[in-house]
Ligand binder design. Sequence first.
Ligand SMILES: N[C@@H](CCC(=O)N[C@@H](CS)C(=O)NCC(=O)O)C(=O)O
Length: 250
Amino acid sequence: MDARLYVIPASHPSYTAALMLEHKGIPFKRTDLMPVISKGVLRAVGFPGNTVPALKIDGDKVQGSRQIARELERLRPEPPLFPADPEKRAKVEEAESFGDEELQQPIRTLLWWGFKQDRYPMASYSEGAKLGVPIGLAVKTGGPLVAAGARLNEATDENARAAAAKLPGLLDKVDAWIEDGTLNGEQLNAADFQIAPSIALAMTLDDLRPAIENRPAGALANRVVPNYPGRLPSVLPAEWLAPLNQPHPA
Ligand SMILES: N[C@@H](CCC(=O)N[C@@H](CS)C(=O)NCC(=O)O)C(=O)O
């Protein structure tokens, strides 16, 4: 198979797609794109939408982490991404949708809000990426890029604060799916690959890591994607984090 995956470095759904290709044993080439600029590039290479992950595979174009999961399952059924049992599959699909629709965005919002406070840590998120420009330079001159990225991701104070407030409930859901075996089973599934990168990205924020790393969700992230790039020193106001830092019942 001829596969090329378009990603933004450290983008969580981009990791989802890369992990699923690896799970299927499909070798692929990777094109790293700068955030914001990615939109124009994706259009220029013929994708209908403007977000990553975007996959060209044997001449077809597939965009979106959940769409990619289904296309890979169709093209190469083994090893599976979804359980054969319909009830188990429904639970995996529920967790996968939650990962895509509810979990990804608050973490994106918090990260971009953080970059607005201090854009220099952005370089650590591009470790190993080939962006076509030296990353140090890109970050040094990247004020407008950060402003555009933060705007695009609606990383306002209000939204970032709301995102932080949502996190405890989101993590509880992930822990419950781990507890009931939907996630983190012997065989990893599409929902594991969807959710673990979001948790791993959240743990790159020094503000969030201590409240996540010792929970089942943190263990899932460390199992599925142990070397997630990036580190953002503390930037979030302590009062936003108070609900997350409440002692968690064992
Ligand atoms: N829910 C979509 C999310 C796609 C998405 O929003 N991707 C982000 C990166 S994480 C993107 O392409 N953003 C454009 C940008 O930052 O310029 C999926 O799972 O595929």
